[in-house]
Ligand binder design. Structure first.
Ligand SMILES: Cc1cc2nc3c(=O)[nH]c(=O)nc-3n(C[C@H](O)[C@H](O)[C@H](O)COP(=O)(O)OP(=O)(O)OC[C@H]3O[C@@H](n4cnc5c(N)ncnc54)[C@H](O)[C@@H]3O)c2cc1C
Length: 416
């Protein structure tokens, strides 16, 4: 329910400012209106596009099967109906939490009663790589546009990094006729899913035509023999190998976009540290990829970079802003499209978790599996098994007997 605040003993009408207009920031704004908030709302987004969905950037959008408008989470009409002031193509450069103002890169200073930070993450890069014309990362529509133009049949793509983004893009580039080499220092691709699933994914990627080099790190990327700017590159590996490439995609993870919060006094140890409903400081919430929320079932802060988790957190933040209460579902789920294979995971795979196949249907290339920590189920995985994995989630993860299904004890403190 809308409410007014007080400052210096004076009532102030409410003005919620959301910085970042991805899935999380837009999600907060939409949920606020959905819950009846009818006071001032401002969105500040660095990108000059309507808010859009990122997962297709490494999949359908890259192949040309989807265009930019199909990725919009809210087109111009939907944004108009939101009744918000939208600063598009504008970056927040700082915030004064005591004065409750946010500074923008055009010199403007926006007063707020409540600030929501949803600025996501920025791809990490290799030192010195940015100077090469063919060296790219994949985060924005512009990145995907530029990469699509480079993925022509017969072109040589080297993917640095064997995580979700690197492997997904490798599959997509193969489907577009590219010669793909993927390099990762880890023993398998997708190390976060454990040895068994990672090895299988790497084998399938290799069988589809990619060269998968595991246990090998990239030392440097150099200009090849072609003229500078021609995109003729050499990728030097730590075992002495030199890989020729037209394009090098660096997909080695991301860092939370918090540079602009440096002087706020917020805890920025890993993104923005929040309590279990996204409160970072009085008058400040954070959500989405940038935010590390306290997770009661695990007793620690967790920062996840999953599309659905960003939307779930946004709804919790909006409820909290309006004085309501909503628990975050701490059985998050994410998916990754590995070419023809869809992997879906529910729950949280801890580093020490052990994987065991639960059901396998080799005829249909389908299986489910369970991750256990100290004998307790912490996550379930489906390989081409969307229906089966939902059943497994219900049976093993969200039942009252499971660690993650157990709500925090009543009255449990909410660490900040
Ligand atoms: C290529 C790709 C594929 C993906 N595929 C999957 C998938 O298959 N499954 C899955 O679960 N997840 C996937 N993800 C992750 C998912 O997209 C993210 O978890 C989700 O987008 C997070 O939303 P967010 O709003 O927190 O951050 P973002 O979407 O990053 O939005 C943050 C916004 O804030 C803006 N911003 C940053 N700093 C400032 C500032 N100072 N001022 C103003 N604005 C600022 C940024 O420009 C950006 O527009 C993928 C991500 C990428 C990049």
């Amino acid at each position: 329910m809308p409410r007014s605040g007080h400052r210096d003993g004076r009532p102030v009408s409410r003005h919620i400012v959301v910085v970042g207009t991805g899935a999380a920031g837009l999600g907060v704004a939409q949920e606020l209106r959905h819950l009846g908030y009818d006071e001032a709302l401002t969105l500040v987004g660095a990108e000059n596009h309507p808010p859009y969905d990122r997962p297709p950037l490494s999949k359908r959008f890259l192949t040309g099967a989807a265009d930019a408008e199909q990725l919009w989470l809210a087109g111009p009409d939907t944004l108009d109906r939101l009744g918000a002031t939208v600063h598009r193509g504008r970056r927040a450069t700082g915030a004064d939490l005591a004065a409750r103002t946010v500074s923008l890169d055009d010199g403007r200073r926006l007063p707020y009663t409540d600030l929501v930070i949803a600025t996501g993450v920025t791809p990490r890069t290799l030192p010195g790589i940015a100077e090469h014309a063919g060296a790219v990362t994949l985060k924005t529509l512009e990145d995907a546009h530029s990469l699509t133009g480079r993925l022509r049949p017969g072109r040589r793509l080297v993917v640095v990094g064997g995580g979700f983004l690197g492997t997904e893009t490798a599959w997509t580039a193969l489907s577009m006729g590219c010669e793909v080499t993927l390099v990762t220092p880890t023993p398998t691709v997708l190390p976060g899913l454990g040895e068994q699933v990672g090895s299988l994914t790497g084998e399938r990627l290799a069988a589809a035509g990619a060269t998968v080099l595991t246990g090998t790190a990239v030392e440097a990327v150099r200009q090849g023999d072609g003229p500078p700017g021609s995109g003729d590159l050499r990728v030097l590996l730590d075992n002495g190998t030199r890989l020729p490439a037209d394009t090098v995609l660096t997909a080695i993870g991301s860092a939370p976009d918090v540079g602009w919060c440096g002087t706020t006094g917020l805890d920025l140890a890993d993104g923005i540290r929040c309590d279990a409903v996204g409160r970072a400081a009085p008058g400040v919430h954070a959500c989405g990829d940038v935010a590390a929320w306290y997770c009661p079932p695990h007793g620690r802060h967790l920062r996840l970079e999953h599309r659905m988790h960003a939307g779930d957190q946004a709804r919790v933040v909006a409820a909290d802003l309006l004085g309501g209460h909503r628990e975050l579902d701490w059985v998050p789920f994410f998916w990754t499209d590995q070419g023809p294979h869809k992997i879906v995971v529910h729950g949280l795979i801890t580093p020490e978790a052990e994987f065991e196949t639960h059901e396998a249907d080799t005829e249909h290339d389908r299986f489910t599996g369970v991750y256990r920590t100290n004998g307790r189920v912490c996550a379930v995985l489906g390989w081409n098994a969307p229906k089966q994995i939902l059943r497994l989630r219900r049976e093993l993860l969200t039942g009252p007997q499971t660690a993650l299904g157990t709500p925090p004890p009543a009255g449990a403190p909410k660490p900040g």
